[in-house]
Write a protein that binds this ligand. Sequence first.
Ligand code: ZN
Length: 395
Amino acid sequence: MAPTGNGAMSAITTIRPALVGRLNERQVLRVIQARGPLSRAEVARESGLSPPTVSKAVAALLKSGLLEEADATETARGRPAPRLRLASSSAQVLGVAIDGGHCEVVSAGLDGELHADLVAISTPASYPALLDAIEAAARQLMGRSRVTTLGLGVSLPGLVDYRKGCGVLSPNLPITNGRRPAADLAERLGIECTLLQESHALCLAEREYGLARGMDDFAMLDVGTGVGLGVMSGGRLVTGHSGLAGEVGHITVVADDGRPCGCGNRGCLETEVSDHALAERASEKLGRSVDVDEVIDLLKAGTVDLSAELRAAVKYLAVGVAAVLNLFNPATLFIHSRLFETDPGLFDEVVRQARARTLPPAFADTRIVPAKGSKRQGAVAGIVRLLTDAVAQDV
Ligand SMILES: [Zn+2]
């Protein structure tokens, strides 16, 4: 943070050498994040820093565990130069995606590459049991020999208050209301932990590792257990005053006689289009209780006729898309929905119907694409960002 009480000018004139060092480290990290693996000479060329400055910054970053040396490449003079990359074999981070039905815990390198060993947990009925289950899964992944675990990111559904670091209201997972899972896990595991609202996690996953790389203005409509929205504007997440922005799922779309919503209202968008809504409709049609995983399997197999239910879901998803385009005018809108797994034609139909419901200039201005990222990857992106940003946090 900038020194307080001195004013901006004195902050510039009294800048400390340690601060400059940290800025250089961050610059080196950014270049390697964007273009790595690179040799020290290549980092110097790409960053515009002098070779001695790069060497000093690299030494500090190797010591902190954020970077590691990878395979050596032959230089013009034939001497092998070690290449630097974000730590992926000597260090790892963990990502936790908490959801109403089940939670997932993964590990990944600092490059964001997920390891194969995903641990899935049925979401317990109480918050202490949830923490116990996540801690056990995390310890299992932390047990890897000669690998340091630097931190853990948590993706949480519902409203998240970033100032307090707690869940506020989760219609589909009320056990986390008023709870601080990242702080609680940090205490139990003794590592840095960070909390992200799940639609924000999806935004980060897409921006860091998916189709939104380099994009500063886009929106993510997230159709999962509920319906959420993340908006990235000018490279920053639009969070609202305390992180509560983006709850498009609780816009009323059926004003009279709508179905009850987990939030206490009726006729919210997510009572018409969400994994939960689809499972509920399918259960009514089939005369037995099915969850969304089974519905997706049935749709893929083509053994049941849920065409009326799908038509309704597509219609209301188009309503949601039009609302986002009219309100936020994003350059790109990503849509995250398992519906498209069952039939890619549904995506085209959503776009077609959304076009009819959106102001023409707003629709013409936006590219709409299916999202590729996942919440577990977003949780990883969140902790990687926290750790790498921390390099210059005192600035
Ligand atoms: Zn609602």
